[in-house]
Design a binder for this molecule. Structure first.
Ligand SMILES: Cc1cc2nc3c(=O)[nH]c(=O)nc-3n(C[C@H](O)[C@H](O)[C@H](O)COP(=O)(O)OP(=O)(O)OC[C@H]3O[C@@H](n4cnc5c(N)ncnc54)[C@H](O)[C@@H]3O)c2cc1C
Length: 383
């Protein structure tokens, strides 16, 4: 067992740490307050190679390991979870199915440009009445002579207001009134400028406010045959291919935001004085910070363990769920405790700790809620 990072991993960590310190942290509050998509930083992340890290060199990426990717994600999330969420959606869900199944046209015109951060891709799975239960989706792609006609409504689509293209999960089962089965879902590529694609109003959110989210509807959208990604009915199977990585990535996001909250709390406890002493000298605060350190370190190590399993191509479904569940719960606890260390200043919009507290809530939802993960971990245990 080797816990030391390789030279390349250290280099990636340093590159994204520098980027975050110099460019992201100074504008993180503004992105959150003004609810603006971080266009410039997004492109710069593309120039640093963030979007291509998980794709082979032959496809235009850099073929880096998942640990390197997690290190980069943690650094971005330490500066702004909004930016990190926008970037991670693009680097995995937004582009993965184009890489796996896109033809020459899709790859050249969209995938390669997305790796550079010049085009933005979003994933449309969730619907107003189907969140955790994706088999409940109603969007349907009807097979025609020339291809497909897509109808339906999606919601909570990250980056939809600025997206150039969508990857859409829809039913292709013959009878749209029957419940969807394992083979009833398919994945489609949908450019945002096609007739019938409509972007709804941006959703006002509690956190990650600089990552824009909205509804997207599809009304009789005509798709040529090559816009089917994978085979008819292979949607569930395709999603399973990337699910573990999505969960490890979400866990890395949680570690990033928790690190920022923890570091600010430690620093504050060394400088804030009450009763003639710095508050860090009080046992109650010291214990709190020690508990936070334990949560952060154990969660981080488990995320790297899940990443290691993934890199070795070993079974990792259960471990990726444990990593996501534990890291996101720890991150929320750490951000909560950090606001208590700051007390009234943790309640003030002037300090970033309130933003970490709000942003961390996202990590409890994306990649599967804690309840769903516990259900699935139970299943892995044979229950
Ligand atoms: C900021 C943000 C960005 C997002 N980005 C995207 C995106 O880009 N693309 C996309 O497709 N989706 C996106 N989502 C949607 C996200 O994937 C869903 O919100 C998530 O799957 C949960 O669905 P839901 O919110 O409808 O909750 P529901 O599924 O309605 O769940 C409600 C509650 O019931 C619990 N519950 C549900 N079923 C069970 C069960 N069987 N057993 C026990 N408890 C259960 C849940 O854990 C939860 O507590 C995003 C969400 C957020 C908040």
């Amino acid at each position: 067992m080797d816990f030391e990072l390789t030279d390349i991993q250290k280099q990636i960590q340093q590159t994204f740490r520098d980027f975050t310190l110099r460019k992201v942290k100074p504008v993180a509050a503004k992105l959150d307050e003004e609810k603006i998509f971080p266009t410039k930083l997004f492109k710069e992340a593309g120039e640093l190679g963030f979007f291509g890290m998980r794709y082979p060199e032959s496809a235009g990426g850099s073929g880096l390991d998942i640990t390197s990717y997690c290190l980069a994600v943690m650094e971005l999330a330490r500066g702004s979870l909004s930016l990190a969420v926008s970037c991670t959606m693009q680097s995995l869900m937004g582009t993965f199915f184009l890489f796996r199944f896109g033809d020459e046209e899709i790859r050249k015109k969209y995938f390669i440009e997305a790796l550079k951060g010049k085009k933005i891709g979003a994933i449309c799975m969730t619907e107003p009445n189907a969140g955790s239960d994706l088999f409940g989706i109603k969007s349907v792609a009807k097979i025609t002579e020339d291809g497909f006609v897509l109808n339906g409504q999606k919601t909570w689509v990250t980056s939809a207001p600025v997206a150039d293209f969508f990857t859409v999960l829809a039913r292709t089962s013959p009878d749209e009134h029957q419940p969807v089965t394992q083979t009833g879902l398919s994945i489609f590529f949908v450019p945002a400028n096609l007739e019938g694609v409509m972007i709804g109003k941006t959703i006002e959110k509690l956190g990650v406010c600089g990552s824009l989210t909205s509804e997207v509807s599809f009304s009789d959208v005509k798709l040529p045959k090559n816009y089917l990604l994978g085979e008819i009915g292979s949607g569930t199977k395709c999603l399973m291919e990337i699910l573990a990585e999505i969960r490890i990535m979400t866990a890395a996001l949680a570690i990033g935001v928790a690190t920022a909250a923890f570091e600010d709390a430690v620093e504050y406890s060394k400088t804030r004085e009450q009763f003639g002493k710095t508050i860090g000298t009080f046992q109650a605060i010291k214990m709190k910070l020690a508990d936070m350190a334990v949560q952060l370190e154990t969660a981080k190590h488990y995320v790297f363990y899940a990443a290691w399993l993934s890199e070795k191509n070993l079974p990792r479904q259960k471990e990726s769920m444990i990593a996501k569940l534990y890291a996101s719960e720890c991150a929320n606890s750490i951000c909560d405790q950090a606001t208590r260390v700051f007390a009234s200043y943790g309640f003030a919009m002037e300090y970033p700790v309130q933003r970490y507290f709000r942003d961390a809530r996202f990590t409890l939802i994306g990649g599967g809620t804690s309840e769903i993960l516990k259900n699935n971990i139970g299943k892995e245990l044979g229950l």
